[in-house]
Every structure is written in structure tokens, then in C-alpha cells.
Design a protein around this ligand. Structure first.
Ligand code: EPU
Length: 419
């Protein structure tokens, strides 16, 4: 097991390059299984979740080759298995995308019930309801989920909750179905649009991604020999924007999409930060004086739950009292216990946390409880007085590529060492 040793009191200054989006990559890689051909994906983040999904695709018979650090070539012509290894799939969340992709391509699939970060209950009832409406039979037993169908037929599906995973999974299952599928009350995150753009590039007919209703006209096949570049990571971009604000720093964040950051930008401006838009890069600077604000997490274009813990760090040193209401996940305030060890004054109960800003945080031994909590605690260690040790950093490696190198280039003294 590795840990970070972080020397605090750092004002982050310089440039950082954003990687491809984790939550797009972990959907687009399974989507390549729908194609009876070769697909080249560029701007693929080199993170552990992506490496696991590549291993799973290989275990199903696809040929997966990294041609450089960020380019993956998948040849799905050799796909010869629809039952994914349970021990690999049950460890991480995005393995549920194999359900839609393999059901769509082969009419048969089995995976381990998806695991992932512990953020509270993570049901997949909306995925299952959608597959059934397309004509599949779905069974869940003994830690595995299987689905099969002789034929999938387009249908109208209304989602009871706005779900990123269910939206993408039903797109995957319906691109090769017979007839038209209409998905109502869908998620609109940038990675939803990216998955649809990818599938349209390889021959699908998906309309409306990025709005509340997506219409998919089934096609008979998707074609190989295409190259697609994955969208920049909205959450990694936001993590560095918040790090600039919280550290009183000045960071030019390159290879990102300004329009994806509207909800966060609005909050950073309210909190006293400055933002400049240069098209594909954003500069965030701050004097270090942070005004309090209130935040409610919501599906896109609302404030992302995946940036809530990072924002909690900035609010813990704001000049007054702030409230965060977490409306997506039941259990996403575990990081506040670690911030309290650093001197923060936070009262978290249920889905609400009250932050009474303190002058500064103090370095401490810190334990990441999930991916975004880990990123938030790393930022907390960077701005705190003294030295922090951050444990469980495998969570951070799931979603952030070379994170310590990126922060080192911005002036952080940080080491990755074996525990
Ligand atoms: N929900 C249901 N039933 C379902 C599906 C979802 O009730 O069938 C509920 C969930 O319990 C939750 C809400 O709907 O309250 C939203 O869940 P969603 O399905 O949108 O989440 P997800 O697909 O499991 C993805 C990201 C998460 C991110 C959420 C919300 C991936 C692999 N994961 O999860 O990312 O927090 O959307 O934006 O795309 C992360 O990257 O750190 C992360 C946790």
C-alpha cells in the first residue's frame, strides 16, 4: 500500500494539463464491444479504473492494445465470451456498462453486481427496468446480474430518477435494437454527450444527448476503423479550479472545456476567486480570502456531487458559515471527519453539512474513504500548515492520472511512498 506525504502551506502556481474524462472512458471502452471491428480511442486517461476495464475487455476475447500512454486500440471482432469475470467486475462501478454493451451486441451477459466507491445505496433498478422494457429477461442472484434477450425492440423508457449510469446503459443496449427507443428524464452530463458522440461516429443514430429526452433509432451494425478522442475530464478540471481557489493560487488549467464548468465557476466567483476563459483553457486565481456560500449538488448542469468534497475543503477555510446539501448520494460527507482532525469546524448530519470557516487547517494523518474524498484531502494537505500523510491513495489512482506529478509542477512538495 502506498501513501502520500504532503508538505503543506503551498500556494499553487503554474500550468496543468487535464486528462481525458474517467466517466466517459469507462463507458466508451465497453461501448467498443458493440462494434464488429477496430476502434482507436485517444485522450484515454491512464488510470486504474480504465486499466481494469481494459483487462475485462481482454478477458472477453477483445484485443486491447495501448499504442501510447493515452491511446487504446480495441478490436472487438474476436469477442468470444459474454460472462465477465466476477472478481474483476464486482470491484468497480462502471462494469455495469458491460450489461448494456453485451446485451446490445450478443443478447446475453453476466457480470458481478457492480461495486465502486462507498457513497451509500447505489441501486440499479432503473437500468434493469430499461433492459426489461427493451425485451430482456434480467436476473440478480448470488452477487451476479445476468440479462438475455432473443431480440431487443425499441421502447419508450421513463427514468424515475436522473441517472448517469442508466442513461448510458440504455443508450448502449438500444443502438442495435430494432426500431426506436425514447429515453425520458435522462442525465445530461458531458460524458453522456461524449458517449453519444462516439457511438454516432461509428454509425449509431442517437439524437438529443445533452437534453432531457434522447431518441435512438436502432441501426443494424456499427462500423470499425474510426478514431475518437475522449472529452476532457470535467471533475479533474474542477478539482484544480478549487485547488487554485483554496490555496490562494494562480493556475492555468489546459485542455478543458469552460462551458462544462458553469456551476462551479459561478460558485468560485461568489467565493471571491477570479476566472478567465481562454477557450480550451481556464485560469483561476485567488487572493486566498474565501467568502462563504451555500451549495446543493444536483445532476448536470447543477453543481456536481463529484466536486462536493473538494469544495468542502475550500469552505472549511472560508470567512464565515456555509452549508452544503448533498442531494445525490446518502453518504458523501465521510471526508469531513478527516477535515475535523485538521481543525475544521464542520457539523455533518445526513445529507447536510454546515461549515464554520477557520483561519487555517493543520496537517494530520488522513484516510481517503473514496476517490473524490481522496482528492479533496490531498488539496486539504496542500493548503494546511505542516505535513500530512494521506492513506488509501489507491482510491485517488482510480480516477486521477499522475496526480502527484501534476501538483508537484504547481509547487507542491509531495512524495508517494510505501507505507
Ligand atoms: N439511482 C437509482 N436507481 C438507479 C440508478 C441510480 O435510484 O437505477 C440513484 C442513485 O442512488 C443516486 C442517483 O440516482 O442517488 C444518481 O446515480 P447515477 O446513476 O447518476 O450514478 P452512477 O451512474 O452510479 C455516476 C458516476 C459517479 C457520479 C454519479 C453522479 C460513473 C462511473 N460514476 O455514478 O462518479 O457521482 O454518476 O454524477 O460514471 C466518481 O467519479 O467519483 C463517481 C462516484
Amino acid at each position: 500500500m502506498e501513501k502520500f506525504i504532503i508538505h503543506g502551506n503551498t500556494r499553487l502556481v503554474g500550468e496543468v494539463e487535464i486528462s481525458g474524462a474517467k466517466n466517459a472512458a469507462v463507458a466508451i471502452l465497453p461501448a467498443t464491444l458493440l462494434i464488429d471491428g477496430i476502434t482507436t480511442l485517444e485522450n484515454v486517461p491512464n488510470i486504474s479504473d480504465v486499466k481494469i476495464i481494459c483487462k475485462i475487455l481482454s478477458s472477453l476475447g477483445a484485443s486491447v492494445t495501448w499504442t501510447n500512454e493515452h491511446t487504446v486500440v480495441v478490436d472487438s471482432r474476436s469477442l468470444n465470451c459474454t460472462h465477465a469475470p466476477l472478481e474483476m467486475t464486482s470491484k468497480f462501478r462502471a462494469s455495469y456498462y458491460l450489461l448494456g454493451a453485451l446485451l446490445g451486441r450478443c443478447g446475453d451477459v453476466e457480470v458481478g453486481l457492480p461495486g465502486g466507491c462507498n457513497l451509500g445505496a447505489r441501486p440499479i433498478d432503473q437500468h434493469i427496468k430499461g433492459f426489461e422494457l427493451l425485451g430482456a429477461k434480467v436476473d440478480c442472484e448470488q452477487g451476479r446480474i445476468s440479462a438475455n434477450a432473443k431480440k431487443l425492440t425499441g421502447s419508450t423508457i421513463y427514468f424515475d430518477v436522473v441517472s448517469v449510469g442508466a442513461t448510458i446503459n440504455l443508450i448502449l443496449a438500444s443502438v442495435l435494437a430494432e426500431g426506436t427507443t425514447v429515453l425520458n428524464n435522462v442525465a445530461k452530463e458531458p460524458h453522456i454527450v461524449d458517449v453519444a458522440n462516439f457511438l454516432n461516429t461509428v454509425g449509431a443514430d442517437i439524437r438529443g444527448a445533452g437534453t432531457d429526452i434522447i431518441k435512438i433509432n436502432g441501426v443494424s451494425k456499427l462500423t470499425g476503423n474510426h478514431t475518437y478522442s475522449i472529452v476532457p475530464d470535467q471533475i479533474e478540471t474542477g478539482t484544480f479550479m478549487i485547488a487554485a481557489l483554496a490555496s490562494g493560487g494562480d493556475i492555468l488549467i489546459k485542455n478543458c472545456i469552460y462551458e462544462h464548468m458553469d456551476s462551479l465557476s459561478a460558485k468560485i466567483l461568489e467565493m471571491g476567486g477570479k476566472i478567465e476563459n481562454f477557450g480550451d483553457s481556464i485560469r483561476v486565481s485567488s487572493s486566498g480570502k474565501i467568502h462563504p456560500t451555500n451549495i446543493k449538488t444536483l445532476p448536470y448542469p447543477g453543481f456536481p456531487t463529484d466536486l462536493q468534497p473538494q469544495m468542502g475543503v475550500a469552505l472549511s477555510i472560508a470567512n464565515g458559515t456555509s452549508i452544503i446539501n448533498e442531494s445525490i448520494w446518502d453518504s458523501r460527507f465521510q471526508y469531513t471527519n478527516e477535515l475535523i482532525k485538521m481543525g475544521a469546524k464542520i457539523t455533518a448530519q445526513g445529507k447536510t453539512a454546515v461549515f464554520e470557516g477557520v483561519d487555517h487547517l493543520i496537517g494530520a494523518p488522513l484516510y481517503a474513504t473514496d476517490l473524490r474524498a481522496g482528492a479533496a484531502l490531498l488539496v486539504a494537505g496542500i493548503i494546511a500548515d505542516g505535513v500530512s500523510e494521506l492513506y488509501n491513495i489507491h482510491f485517488i489512482d482510480r480516477g486521477y492520472e499522475h496526480i502527484e506529478e501534476k501538483f508537484r509542477k504547481l509547487g507542491t512538495k509531495i512524495e508517494r511512498v510505501n507505507e
